[in-house]
Design a protein around this ligand. Sequence first.
Ligand SMILES: NC(=O)c1ccc[n+]([C@@H]2O[C@H](COP(=O)([O-])OP(=O)(O)OC[C@H]3O[C@@H](n4cnc5c(N)ncnc54)[C@H](OP(=O)(O)O)[C@@H]3O)[C@@H](O)[C@H]2O)c1
Length: 246
Amino acid sequence: MKDLFHFQNKNFLVTGSSKGIGEAVAHDLLDLGANVWGVSRTNTFNLERSGADRFGFIPADLSNPSDRSAISESGPEQYDGIFLNAGASGSIKPFHLVNEAELRDLFELNFYAPYLLIQDLYKKKKIRPGCSIVVNTAHGAFFQPAASSAYTGAKGALNGAFRSVAADMAKRKIRVNFIAFGYVDTELLRKNNVPEETKALAPLGVPAPSEITGGAIYLLSPASRWLSGTTILASAGLGLKQVPML
Ligand SMILES: NC(=O)c1ccc[n+]([C@@H]2O[C@H](COP(=O)([O-])OP(=O)(O)OC[C@H]3O[C@@H](n4cnc5c(N)ncnc54)[C@H](OP(=O)(O)O)[C@@H]3O)[C@@H](O)[C@H]2O)c1
């Protein structure tokens, strides 16, 4: 059983590690004995916690090509796991109110940045054979919510592209899996002022980031070593129909 969740001395890259879901996953990886390199524009990672001496901060704006290239030139020789987590939702609005700059910005961070980062890491041989890549998409990419077309479009593209990437990388035993959250109580969600009655559509409630790390940890661990191309829908039951249907 211990081998299934063996993280000791392994190297992980977590994008968007300064807060929210990325920070929580990075802390769990450290608690499990891993070495973690975290990427974000600001460094608010809590270095008071145990294991913080195994945390390396890589300051970078993922939307910036030279910053991305700096990421693949720093860190360890090779990564055993990568959590492609950094992202933004923009504000909730119907599609006819989305302006072009906003649409392009959301695609830049949520789609082009992780795609080009992984491509660069792969070309520079920073991804160890057997590595597990976990892509943070979104529940909305699968269930087409209203007023979220730019965000769900970018996350849907991410899902489609990385399923192909999974096929391309399989010959090197590199796995690519996905985690799709519903509502998680982070700054991203709070900025959007989602009404309480909307959040109540998730019958299990709205978790704090530290409560929903299990799916990502499982996909990053050897316990999931025969999985590639799968999605864990970690949306607190948001996809369940709560009305009787015949
Ligand atoms: N919260 C939810 O309800 C929810 C639901 C579904 C999916 N998700 C997905 O989960 C992921 C994490 O979201 P979260 O809720 O944890 O959001 P969050 O609390 O806003 O954290 C976002 C993280 O991404 C980093 N980031 C943003 N823009 C960046 C950039 N240009 N360059 C480098 N880092 C950048 C931020 O760091 P800096 O600001 O310091 O750069 C921060 O560490 C996102 O991909 C989001 O789409 C979230």
